[in-house]
Design a protein around this ligand. Structure first.
Ligand code: C5P
Length: 328
């Protein structure tokens, strides 16, 4: 039970800080060339694999021999089991890239709230793939969530206004489409991973290495296909700085925490934990953005945002309440 709450708590922290730093790194940070999002996805994947190898090493009392034999037995000698992970991995790679598209086009709050639609997709996949049954309260909370997402989308014109002066403004439509596709992929891949994890006794970290290996291959293909020209010109680490490394590390941490949450809790609880991070990220981004704009030019925008965020926060509180019902 302790691990369940711990993993959910870390998830709230990770989701909040990832969204804010990613948004900052893609828009507000103006100096120098922008780093390649496709390269960040690859680097995060490498970090995740290395950390998981270390965790498996620790699980086997730091024995090099045991580590070697587990990895060989579970990954190389069970190709069918390993191949099963290619499906969620491919979907996650697409999703991880979409996330950058979304945050290059939407403000952190709109992105976060829209992305909560994944609670609905996750529930639908949990029902169809894991045979879970949902009661009236559960469906009701999902409907409220959908209504809330629609509500937040309403004042769409002003939603992108605060970043008007930022280097990347983008299109609301592209951003929202990216988030909607990511919602479907998140629901499916999460439930699929949960199914694999709960159907076998294998360590979650070994499963994550399998997932990460495919993720790395897909991510490299994606990077070469999408940014191949630029990588050949200036290398895959062009535009990297401390903020980029922070985003990448948070992304990698996210993968690890999500795996733990899926193992110790489940995908639906994971959705509610991330909803909580909306409150945090909207509030922080309000003060945070002001911090980065000492001229106060954006003050009017922020007042508007604050008002909208209050409505969102009320809605989220209601949602959390319903979430409690959900998990009973
Ligand atoms: O938004 P969502 O909760 O679907 O995010 C899933 C994220 O977690 C993706 O970035 C995916 O790559 C990562 N993940 C992971 N390892 C897992 C499960 C998810 O790295 N076992």
């Amino acid at each position: 039970m302790f691990l369940c709450y711990l993993s959910l708590g870390v998830l709230v922290f990770q989701t909040t800080s990832l969204v804010l730093t990613m948004r900052y790194s893609r828009t507000l940070q103006a100096e120098g060339p922008r780093y390649l999002a496709s390269s960040a996805v690859v680097v995060a994947e490498v970090m995740k694999i290395l950390t998981c190898v270390l965790l498996v090493f620790k699980e086997h009392n730091y024995s090099m021999r045991a580590l070697n034999s587990v990895l060989r037995q579970e990954i190389i000698h069970k190709p069918i089991e390993t191949l099963k992970l290619a499906i969620p991995s491919g979907i996650y790679t697409l999703q991880n890239n979409l996330l950058y598209v979304a945050l290059s086009n939407l403000d952190a709050a709109t992105y976060q709230v829209t992305y909560q639609l994944k609670i609905l997709t996750t529930a639908l996949f949990s029902v169809s793939m894991l045979g879970r049954r949902l009661g009236v309260y559960q469906w009701l909370s999902l409907l409220i969530l959908m209504a809330g997402v629609a509500l937040v989308q309403w004042p769409s014109e002003s939603a992108v206004a605060p970043e008007k002066e930022a280097p990347s403004t983008g299109s609301q439509f592209v951003g929202v489409t990216a988030v909607l596709v990511a919602c479907c992929s998140s629901g499916f891949a999460g439930v699929y991973f949960e199914k694999i994890l709960k159907e076998s006794k294998q360590s979650v970290w070994v499963r994550n290495i399998q997932l990460g290996m495919f993720g790395l291959v897909f991510g490299l293909f994606g990077m070469l296909a999408y940014d191949g020209e630029r990588v050949r010109e200036s290398g895959m680490f062009q535009g990297y700085n401390t903020v980029t490394w922070t985003v990448v590390a948070l992304q990698a941490l996210g993968g690890l925490v999500i795996a733990a949450v899926i193992k110790y809790a489940d995908n639906i609880l994971k959705g509610f934990a991330t909803s909580l991070s909306i409150i945090l990220s909207t509030l922080i981004s309000y003060f945070w953005l002001q911090d980065f704009d000492p001229t106060g030019v954006f003050l009017c925008h922020h007042l508007g945002i604050l008002k909208r965020n209050l409505i969102r926060t009320c809605f989220i509180l209601l949602l959390t309440e319903m979430g409690a019902q959900f998990t009973k």
